[in-house]
Design a protein around this ligand. Sequence first.
Ligand SMILES: Nc1ncnc2c1ncn2[C@@H]1O[C@H](COP(=O)(O)OP(=O)(O)OP(=O)(O)O)[C@@H](O)[C@H]1O
Ligand SMILES: [Mg+2]
Length: 207
Amino acid sequence: MRTILVANPKGGSGKTTLSTNLAGYFANLGKRVMLADLDRQQSSAGWLARRPAVLPTIHGWSGGDSRKAIAELRPHWLIMDSPAGMHGDKLSNALKRAELVVVPVQPSAFDMAATRDFIELLRAEKSVRKEKSYVAMIGMRVDARTRAADDLELFLDSAGFPVLTFLRDTQAYVQAAGDGISLFDLTPGRVVRDMEQWKPLLDWLKE
Ligand SMILES: Nc1ncnc2c1ncn2[C@@H]1O[C@H](COP(=O)(O)OP(=O)(O)OP(=O)(O)O)[C@@H](O)[C@H]1O
Ligand SMILES: [Mg+2]
C-alpha cells in the first residue's frame, strides 16, 4: 500500500479537490483506493456519497479502526484528505503514516504566509528528514498570466521541496466536486489541458 497525505493548514487551499481527484485517478486505473477523510467537515466523504455507482469504486474511511479497514480492503493506494488547521500530534501522526505528502498552495499573499510556517514544520519533521516521507508542492487555481502566479512560483521554489505543477482555476473542478466525480471520470477530450497539468504530479507519485 502507498499512502498520500494531502495537507496544508490553510483553509480552502485545495486539499479536498486534490484528494478526490487523486482517488478518481487511481480508481480509473483499476486500483483499490481508500479515501480517508480526516476532516470533521467530511467534504470528501460527502463527495464520495454523491459519486455515481456506475463509476470506478472508491472506498471511504471517515472514522473507526483504520487498521482494520485497511486490513480488510488491502488498498493499493490510501489517500488522506486532512482538515484546515491540522497541527501538533495529529499532523505528526498523519505524516508518520504517509510516504508521500502533497501540499496545495493558492497564489495569494495570505495563502503563502500561512503555508510558510507549515513548510518549516515539514522540514523539521523526523519522517521528512529521514526521507521516509517525500513532500511536493502544487500550485492551485493558478492563472499563469498573473503577477500572483509569478509570486507563487518564486515562493514555492524557495520551499526546498519539488514543485510539481500548477493547476488552473476552472469550473471543471467545482462542477466535478458537486457531482461526486473527478476530472478522470470525464471524457479525456473535455479536460486535455488539465490532464497535461496533472501529468508531472502523477509521474512523481508513480516513481
Ligand atoms: N483548481 C481549481 N479551480 C477552481 N476551483 C477550485 C480549484 N481548486 C479548488 N477549487 C475550489 O476552491 C474551494 C476550496 O477547495 P477545497 O475544498 O478543495 O479546499 P480545502 O483545502 O479542502 O478546504 P478546507 O481547508 O476547508 O478543507 C472549493 O470550492 C473548490 O471547488
Ligand atoms: Mg477540505
